[in-house]
Design a protein around this ligand. Structure first.
Ligand code: NAD
Length: 350
């Protein structure tokens, strides 16, 4: 399987395949760029149909982390790890320790954290054999990053609502604003509560009917079927479920003038950014908006971590987006390529 000639190779510094026969480990660690610091990125455990699928996924995710950390102003590079396994069936302590030894062999160039298929308990097992693990609170409490991610998306939305709808940041910036949330899982729930507290009127959808019914009751929100959420008569559409939520078909249907959510890789393909722009819909680059979790993980690694400092850093997501939106307006481009350019300016400069 070609690595250097892979369409997503994009100058990765290192791609490591790891195998441990005793535990059944088959893993790939991709280190995209370490110019700004060690490569931080989650560990995904997923039963990929093929090794080629795993390689494509890890290369894309790892590259994305470089961009995310650069625009979040973190002294970190981008990397990612995948284990080809079913997390429900194959995830044993032996497998995780073998992964930990592979991570350890890189001497800190790659730092792991939770991702889909791996949770905080798994990070604790990996931490038995390597110190290069993020996403664990030092005092032993939950390392769940989703409240921080939601806080970051909230700040991102403040910026987007100003630039896209002309409503300046103030106490009542969100009063009466209608926001549709696609997905009320970990991040979506925290975000919905924040928006409700700020006076927004919410329209919620989730394939998990119980979860959405509960939250809609709590927040006196409207509830619609998952397939109808993109048609909701709202000001802001917040994708907080799966990737590729924004397809050409969805863009045609959206009533919202602003898109701002937590989901990774929201654009089904790069051209969708231009289609959003052509319809006058302001798109908030996903990896900028959803960096709150990684910012918090980065702070946990410091000796001077304080909640106020973490919150101030996360609030900086709004300032970064002000810059992106202003530059996009000035250059007549979509905020998506503008964010990519700004990230490259940062990590290529070191
Ligand atoms: P989650 O799994 O807790 O929540 C996702 C929710 O979306 C679930 O409730 C699921 O039922 C729902 N869903 C799935 N398909 C749907 C559909 N078609 N329509 C409506 N709802 C649907 O995940 P999460 O941790 O809340 O993350 C949400 C998104 O944000 C993901 O894309 C994730 O990659 C991204 N993200 C999360 C974090 C974090 O801190 N958790 C950080 C960065 C990015």
């Amino acid at each position: 399987m070609p690595v250097f000639d892979h369409p997503d190779f994009d100058h990765h510094q290192q791609v490591i395949h790891g195998c441990d026969a005793a535990s059944g480990l088959r893993a790939i660690i991709a280190i995209h760029d370490t110019t700004r610091g060690p490569a931080l990125g989650g560990l995904r455990i997923y039963p990929y149909a093929s090794e080629a699928d795993a390689l494509t996924d890890v290369l894309r995710l790892s590259r994305g982390m470089t961009y995310k950390s650069a625009l979040a102003d973190l002294p970190l590079g981008g990397g990612k790890a995948v284990i080809i396994a079913d997390p429900r069936r194959d995830k044993t302590p032996e497998l995780l320790r073998a992964m930990g030894r592979l991570i350890d062999s890189l001497g800190g160039r790659y730092i792991t954290a939770e991702d889909s298929g791996s949770g905080e308990a798994d990070m604790r097992v990996i931490a038995e054999v390597t110190p290069h693990v993020g996403g664990l609170d030092r005092d032993g409490s939950s390392g769940d990053p989703s409240p921080w991610t939601a806080l970051g998306v909230f700040h991102a939305m403040q910026s987007a609502v100003y630039h896209g709808l002309g409503r300046a940041e103030s106490e009542d910036q969100f009063a009466g604003l209608r926001v549709a949330l696609q997905g009320v899982g970990h991040v979506g729930t925290h975000l919905a509560r924040r928006l409700h507290d700020a006076g927004a009127r919410l329209v919620l959808a989730d394939v998990d009917r119980d979860a959405v019914t509960r939250l809609a009751g709590e927040l006196e929100a409207e509830m619609v079927a998952p397939e109808a959420i993109v048609d909701a008569e709202v000001d802001v559409f917040a994708p907080c479920a799966m990737g590729a939520a924004l397809t050409p078909e969805v863009v045609r249907r959206l009533k919202a003038r602003v898109v701002c959510g937590a989901a990774n890789n929201q654009l089904a393909h790069a051209e969708v950014a231009g289609q959003l722009q052509a319809r006058g819909i302001l798109y908030t680059p996903d990896y900028v908006a959803n960096a709150g979790g990684v910012i918090e993980i980065a702070w946990q690694r410091r000796d001077d971590a304080r909640p106020e400092a973490v919150m101030a850093h996360i609030a900086g997501i709004g300032t970064t987006l002000d810059e992106i939106f202003a530059r996009a307006a000035q250059e007549g481009r979509s905020p998506a390529p503008v964010a990519d350019d700004m990230a490259r300016e940062r990590f290529e400069a070191g």
